[in-house]
Design a protein around this ligand. Structure first.
Ligand code: AMP
Length: 281
């Protein structure tokens, strides 16, 4: 596996690859990231993963400095899963001196995580647009776990006429239901047990949906009913999966999502109802 540190190196590598699948990550890789790499390997001629903890998507009070960094382990995982190359740039490579251009996504980035984390999606949109410009992938793979991020990036790729297909892949969970996340490493044993309330709540909403419930407020209530200390709900949403607009009437499809704090760790999760993530483009 090639380890590439600069945009120039990526372009030189890319010139010899045919159909490239890109998997952008912030490292501290787990089986969720590996599932995206597996898709890229299976569906493309060459898989390129990036590892970059993007300062622009963290607010000053957030966990940029403490975010887990494990480059050697991450490279070993990528190699074991058949990645052809890893792009691991320094901050100055992605944000050269004087860098000032930002990508501002539209309304799909406004509610939910966009409201809770002002500026977050400008940072995400900017860095992923740079990765698309550097690597010119044919396909890019993102997890359903960060559902709004997926929709923001699909919308940007379409609006900016970037010739990349942005594919959503199902959330990988531990056997007890907890969605895998690099931030799970922050949880104590008790907090991890408490964090199971998040997936329990979402699965309860999914069960209600399977039993025919379509009222968005009852779906939100099903989630709320499961959340108890040490988990503290920041928001629960039942929204349209394409626009992310909050539902105020029964709908044939919904994304039920939440953000919660467990101790000092902020976690997000969601379930998609009435459609599969691969149907979103
Ligand atoms: P991150 O490193 O957290 O920025 O995530 C990099 C990519 O992995 C994003 O597309 C995430 O949505 C995806 N991802 C993170 N956790 C999971 C998971 N549990 N299952 C599937 N994809 C995931």
């Amino acid at each position: 596996m090639r380890v590439l540190r600069s945009a120039i190196d990526v372009r030189a590598w890319r010139a010899h690859a045919r159909r490239v699948g890109l998997v952008p990550t912030m490292g501290a890789l787990h089986a969720g990231h590996a599932s995206l790499v597996d898709r890229a390997v299976a569906e493309c001629d060459a898989a390129l993963a990036s590892i970059f903890v993007n300062p622009a998507q963290f607010a000053p009070h957030e966990d940029f400095a403490s975010y887990p960094r494990r480059e050697a382990d991450d490279l070993a995982l990528l190699e074991a899963h058949g990645c052809a190359a890893a792009f691991v740039p320094a901050v100055e490579e992605m944000y050269p001196p004087g860098d000032a251009t930002r990508v501002h996504p539209g309304p799909v980035a406004e509610p939910l995580e966009g409201a809770a984390r002002p500026g977050h999606f400008v940072g995400v949109a900017t860095v992923v647009t740079k990765l698309f410009a550097i690597a010119t992938p044919d396909v890019a793979f993102f997890g359903q776990k960060d559902f709004q991020q997926l929709r923001v990036l699909q919308t940007i790729a379409r609006d900016l006429r970037i010739g990349v297909r942005v594919v959503g892949c199902p959330t990988v969970r531990d056997p007890d239901g907890l969605a895998l996340s690099s931030r799970n490493a922050y949880l104590s044993a008790d907090e991890r047990t408490g964090a199971l309330a998040l997936s329990r709540g979402l699965f309860r909403a999914r069960d209600r949906w399977a039993a025919g419930e379509r009222d968005p407020e009852r779906l939100r209530a099903a989630v709320r009913a499961e959340i108890a200390p040490p988990a503290a709900l920041e928001y629960v949403s039942a929204a349209d999966p394409v626009t992310l607009r909050e539902l105020d009437a029964p709908s044939a499809r919904a994304v039920v999502s939440l953000a919660a704090r467990v101790g000092s760790t902020r976690l997000i999760d969601n379930v998609l109802l009435g459609m599969g993530v691969s149907e979103l483009t």
